[in-house]
Design a binder for this molecule. Structure first.
Ligand code: WQD
Length: 325
């Protein structure tokens, strides 16, 4: 298939591009390089530098006979979204409407969309399945949920079939070292730990050690970015074959604490990685773990690369290379 990957130069997008290329698909990346990087672009993919807020450029680029769109172009910092909602409204919501309208005018009828576990908000029960109530706690999660609603309407009114993939905590790097760009100014746990291991930051602040969890620190469901990427390929095949849309969780179904990740990182890197417990970060739930039963059943998907050792090893390989260690 001919795939148009919007946001394909970003952290998750660049891994998605590799999975499509590995599956024998033809890929064009459309990215404004605001958080993506040229160094992430596969030489096997075509590249168009452009913005989703420029409908004319977007429509022109999309109008070259694509079979499907994969949309990963969004701002994703939950904390920032609470102080700068305007930015999230424009890029995430207006940008997606532009994409959907460009699909209507160019006749592309399939889309895989990067949604998020942030649509659920504070969990009412664990593991979280797709029927869990959606009550986003932050504006970022609200934008993802609203986009899912637009998708459902465009499905009904325009025959656009979609897969909305609700990622839990994406982590790790391509096992073959093909993704070279590191995330800029990371706030997520794994990249923060990697920067500390590489000596680029003095310590890791542990946000809360008094949660009702196994060791008091926050528990999350970390899923390898290449496992996530593989689900884009198989969910596109599924919606294409069945002509029906899908909403799916993607997680490893394993809850790991901040302490467990830190200990694994110290063992894998052989570096001390100083850490210090500080207060809880506002808005952080104690524990989030997915049920990915639906993805397993419908796609035959599994999170085979999401073991904690592999998450840390593949990340460390990327950081070590970048910093020449
Ligand atoms: C993980 C755990 C922190 C940093 C975020 C978004 C969410 C989704 C994924 C896109 C928590 C703790 C973290 C640090 C720490 N994004 N932590 N020290 O908050 O689960 O999810 O990314 O869809 O919407 O909110 O991920 O990596 O920030 O935190 O102790 O320096 O690590 O408290 O328990 P989070 P995270």
């Amino acid at each position: 298939m001919k795939i148009f990957v919007i946001g394909g130069a970003g952290y998750i997008g660049s891994h998605v591009v590799l999975e499509f290329l590995d599956g024998g698909h033809e890929v064009t990346v459309y990215d404004n390089l605001s958080s993506g990087a040229r160094v992430n672009l596969s030489p096997q993919a075509a590249f168009v530098e452009g913005d989703i807020l420029d409908p004319a450029a977007l429509t022109a680029a999309m109008g070259r006979g694509f079979d499907a769109v994969v949309h990963l172009a969004a701002f994703k910092a939950a904390g920032e979204s609470m102080v700068a909602p305007e930015k999230y409204s424009v890029n995430n919501i207006t940008g997606t409407i532009n994409i959907l309208n460009a699909m209507c005018s160019t006749g592309v009828r399939r889309i895989v969309f990067s949604s998020s576990a942030a649509v659920y908000g504070e969990p009412a029960y664990i593991p979280i399945d797709e029927d869990h109530p959606t009550n986003p706690e932050n504006y970022y999660g609200f934008t993802k949920l609203e986009i899912e609603r637009f998708l459902a309407w465009y499905d009904r009114l325009k025959g656009i079939r979609y897969a909305a993939l609700r990622y839990f905590n994406a982590a790790g790097y391509d096992g073959e070292g093909r993704v070279r760009g590191l995330e800029k100014n990371p706030a997520n746990l794994l990249p923060v730990i990697m920067e500390a291991a590489a000596g680029k930051r003095a310590e890791v602040l542990v946000f809360g050690n008094d949660y009702p969890t196994k060791d008091g620190t926050g528990v999350r469901d970390y899923v390898h970015v290449s496992d996530l990427a593989a689900a884009h390929v198989s969910s596109l095949a599924a919606i294409d074959a069945t002509d029906a849309s899908l909403v799916l969780n993607l997680g490893s179904e394993e809850g790991l604490s901040v302490t467990e990740i830190l200990e694994t990182a110290r063992r894998v890197t052989g570096r001390p990685i100083p850490s210090r417990a500080v207060g809880r970060r506002p808005g952080d739930p104690a524990k989030l773990v997915a049920s990915a039963e639906l993805a397993r059943g419908l796609l035959g998907w599994n999170a085979g690369r999401s073991g904690v050792g592999n998450l840390v090893e593949t990340s460390w390989n990327a950081y070590r290379r970048e910093f020449g260690l």
